[in-house]
Design a protein around this ligand. Sequence first.
Ligand code: CA
Length: 362
Amino acid sequence: MSLIRRQFLTRAAVAGSVLGAPVIANAQSAKFNWKMTSAYGKGSPFYMDGPGSATDLAKRIREMSDGRLNIQVFGAGELIPAFEGFDAVRAGTVEMNHANAYFWTGKTAAAQYFTAVPFGMNFQGMNGWLYDGGGIDLWNEVYAPFGMIAMPCGNTGVQMTGWFKKEIKTVADLKGLKMRIPGLAGKVYANLGVDVKVLPGGEIFPALERGVIDAAEFVGPFQDRRLGLHKAAKFYYTTGWHESSTVSELLINKAAWDKLPKDLQAIVSNASAACNVISEGWCQKANSEAMEDLIKNQGVTAKPLPDEVVKALRGETDKVLAEAVVKDPMTKKVHDSYFAFKAKYDRWSEISEEAYHIKVRG
Ligand code: CA
């Protein structure tokens, strides 16, 4: 190549594109290799595999960035144990973790609100609060002291109350019942005399089958059937008063995030929002098919909890939330924002979505 041609090419590369050739600029061509851990095992549907999952999110980011942001995804136990994502992202050992914020309530109590609050909002309401009602800003404020940011990256939609070996007819039937149920909802059940057990997903079926526990909640029809819970208990109560929609969290190290060019940050945010919607859509399809199979072919009885029991659960939820708010000012700030939004959303929902389901759809 002649010297003149070489100089021309060099200048052209610096100045911009020539005849449709791409612009070469250092900041834009830098490559980032990141790691993302998950609280769920390799191959777990919804969480690790399938539409809107952690691996799908990483693939979308890689494709949209043309390989400039490569995220290697690790299931629980592959790089770190299931519930160490918070500490790993905080320390910068990994740049991202894919899980649920309510696993971190031991670090900061307000984290509960960014996953699910008992008797809380559905998928639509949560998205309204998170994206447009100040929810994501508060999430980042809660994590600021830990040097992290977060965003929604998935949602199971409404979950199920869970599996019970015996029928629940009155509040008294809960007394002494050994039940697997994590988080704030566990405290609510405990107030009503339930002996609460916290077991990882993989241990639920054997415990229920052997009678170590009498009842368990996990996710919904598809995930629960996959664990085989219908083979250990026949009463399937609906719906998920404890998790009216359950948000998956993309947790990111703030220092690493700040090093990404603006366009890569936008790619991460947009891919994450896409997975939030796509994963929830997948759950609707998977759960409607699984529920039909459980009822038609597996002898499962699915019905709502008696009104008296729901009323008691609501009463105890109010007490548990009131206690949490008094203990921590940040929890109060998030709680007030969440429930102020919910009050408006409930009024609107009643005359829109609910009216459609009850009065119009038939
Ligand atoms: Ca659950």
